[in-house]
Design a protein around this ligand. Structure first.
Ligand code: SF4
Ligand code: SF4
Length: 146
């Protein structure tokens, strides 16, 4: 009996949460102005979360159409004693066939189990930082000073 009660509670809780999402845009991460501009074609969606990306280049290597190039950063970022982020990916949307290999292979997702740092349809900024994955604090000079 207890497990039925718990199941009903769970269902009701989920329904309330989803209703709040639909009616009041609860949990929405993307700014409404940006969403509207993307819908109207005024703004390109952001495809790479540069802060979360560790610059490994896996996405570029798995892309079957050569749509991804690694672009140098103005300021390389020190992620650990042995690792410096020097490049981040850029997707050429003209060449992209939306296979999602890049998204599914991203190390941020596969190794660190966080939202992928690349998405061919548009990323939701996770707030994660590549420095966190390597345990580097800002005070240790983890930003822009490789
Ligand atoms: S989704 Fe696009 S950019 Fe990503 S791997 Fe496929 S073709 Fe390349
Ligand atoms: S988006 Fe992901 S796979 Fe591509 S370089 Fe960044 S961390 Fe690596």
């Amino acid at each position: 009996m207890e497990h039925i009660k718990n199941a009903v509670k769970l269902i009701l809780k989920g329904a309330c949460k989803n209703l709040a999402r639909m009616l009041f845009a609860k949990d929405r991460l993307t700014d409404m102005k940006i969403r509207r501009e993307i819908m109207r074609g005024l703004q390109e969606p952001l495809l790479v979360d540069e802060e979360a990306c560790i610059g490994c280049g896996v996405c570029k290597h798995v892309c079957p159409t050569g749509a991804i190039t690694m672009v140098p950063l103005d300021k390389p970022v020190k992620l650990s004693e042995n690792r410096i982020k020097t490049h981040v990916p850029h997707i050429d949307r003209e060449k992209c066939v939306l296979c999602f290999y890049c998204h599914d292979s991203c190390l941020v997702l596969t190794a660190y189990h966080k939202p992928s740092a690349i998405h061919p349809r548009g990323i939701v900024i996770s707030g994660n930082s590549a420095r966190d994955f390597f345990g580097v604090k800002k005070s240790e000079g983890g930003e822009g000073n490789a």
